[in-house]
Design a protein. Structure first.
Ligand SMILES: NC(=O)c1ccc[n+]([C@@H]2O[C@H](COP(=O)([O-])OP(=O)(O)OC[C@H]3O[C@@H](n4cnc5c(N)ncnc54)[C@H](O)[C@@H]3O)[C@@H](O)[C@H]2O)c1
Length: 410
């Protein structure tokens, strides 16, 4: 049997936890987080995030996995340290905030400078080479992550591709090329599919792959949303147009379901970061992709507001808008940057009363609006129900529902 590699993973969110579970099938993995409650849950074999396969693997598979808050001990002992901490977009700096990544790197370099640090967090284009200039003694790789929330472990068990980037300015490029091949080997060994395509390239190119891939997805969502806005304004059937467009095999009938806007943790921030990376490089599409989401949310909010006025004109005084779920997609357990929040904000700004049905929210207030876990009361109290994604829960109140989920999927 192959030797167990000692691996530490920093961050037990969607990316870190799925990789920790995946790699602990064949290696000794320590998963580090600053949140003790997440660490405790993992050590009790419970997933802190909603992901059926992570839960199943934690509970039922033979994993060599220990979660800890003691980063120094875990990194001190590891050949590979995988960094999967957040990189939020900082609107003041107009760039990702990479400070959580750097906190981990500072600690790794202080306890184990020879460890190979694999950055899985999404970072600005050029980041790993900047880091290499700043810490020439460090050994850094960048490996973009392509999983989907809710299917995180599934996507890592069945990866469509693996990419690893090596900084061109490192003093250890030969050593890093070997480490990159070993890391690809670790991911391939853990995957359930054979012959997963793997590419190595310069780290700056690998960083560009991640941001261009997510910005393409944002562009595609924005494109079909703009098609829907056009069809709605012109009184045409969006579904027919999208079906017709998608039958061209160059376009395809996937990832084309209209929504209130692209959202989730990654697409909005990654598109903005790519736009910031363009700086003095000529472009139109990247900026338009960022801008299109705002336009779409304004259009949807205007539609909701005009429905409210319509209901009021039929004698309902001060109609209430019910927001059905703050999550981005059905099956998701978080609502980071979900587009419905942008609709809610705009509707509230008009002084329209808003209530929220969100069972994942423990607080009973969200930005000043009441939150309920009681679906029956929510349906009774809402004059219009706004949902980004259709749910069979709403069948009995379909006449009150406003959604653009035309195909009832993704
Ligand atoms: N969520 C996705 O679908 C996805 C997909 C691809 C890439 N990414 C990228 O991966 C990164 C992580 O995303 P995520 O969704 O897994 O984040 P997340 O917020 O779900 O999890 C991050 C975890 O890191 C922990 N953390 C913060 N600082 C730490 C530190 N110094 N040491 C140890 N742990 C620390 C947090 O407590 C949290 O549990 C981001 O850069 C994101 O852009 C995310």
């Amino acid at each position: 049997m192959a030797r167990r590699v000692r691996i530490a993973v920093a961050g037990t969110g969607y990316v870190g936890l799925s990789l920790a579970v995946l790699l602990s099938r064949h290696n000794h993995v320590q998963a580090v987080d600053v949140m003790a409650e997440k660490v405790d849950l993992i050590n009790r074999k419970q997933s802190p995030i909603a992901d059926a396969e992570i839960q199943d693997f934690l509970a039922n598979h033979d994993l060599d996995l220990l979660a800890t808050v003691d980063g120094a001990a875990a990194y001190g002992d590891a050949e590979f340290v995988i960094v999967a901490t957040p990189t939020n977009y900082d609107p003041h700096k107009n760039f990702f905030d990479t400070s959580y990544v750097e906190q981990v790197i500072d600690l790794v370099l202080s306890v184990n400078p020879e460890a190979v640090v694999v950055i899985k967090s999404t970072v600005p284009v050029g980041y790993t080479e900047v880091l290499t200039d700043r810490y020439p003694q460090g050994r850094f790789l960048f490996a973009p992550e392509f999983l989907r929330e809710g299917h995180a472990l599934h996507d890592d068990l069945h990866p469509s591709h693996i990419i690893v980037g090596i900084p061109a300015n490192s003093a250890f490029t030969t050593e890093l090329a070997i480490a990159a091949a070993r890391f690809i080997g670790l991911l391939s060994e853990a995957a359930e599919d054979e012959n997963v395509p793997a590419l190595t390239m310069r780290s700056t190119e690998a960083e560009a792959v991640k941001l261009f891939a997510n910005t393409y997805l944002a562009l595609r969502v924005a494109y079909f949303n703009e098609l829907d806005t056009y069809a709605s304004v012109r009184g045409l059937d969006t579904s027919k147009i999208i079906q017709g467009v998608g039958l061209d095999p160059r376009i395809g009938s996937h990832y084309n379901n209209p929504s209130f806007g692209y959202g989730g943790y990654c697409l909005p921030k990654d598109a903005k970061q790519l736009l910031a990376n363009y700086e003095d490089v000529p472009q139109n599409l990247i900026g338009a992709t960022v801008e299109a989401n705002r336009t779409r949310k304004e259009y949807i909010a205007d539609q909701v507001i005009s429905h409210v006025m319509d209901v009021a004109s039929h004698g309902v005084s001060n109609p209430t808008v019910g927001i059905y779920r703050l999550t981005m997609k059905s099956g998701s357990d978080n609502f980071r940057q979900s587009s419905i929040q942008g609709i809610m904000k705009r509707v509230k700004a008009k002084g329209i009363p808003v209530i929220v049905y969100e069972p994942m929210l423990e607080d009973f207030e969200f930005f000043g609006s009441p939150v309920t876990h009681d679906l029956t009361a929510f349906k009774a109290d809402s004059d219009i129900i706004v949902t980004n994604r259709w749910n069979a829960d709403l069948t009995d109140v379909i006449n009150k529902v406003y959604t653009r989920d035309l195909f009832r999927r993704d």
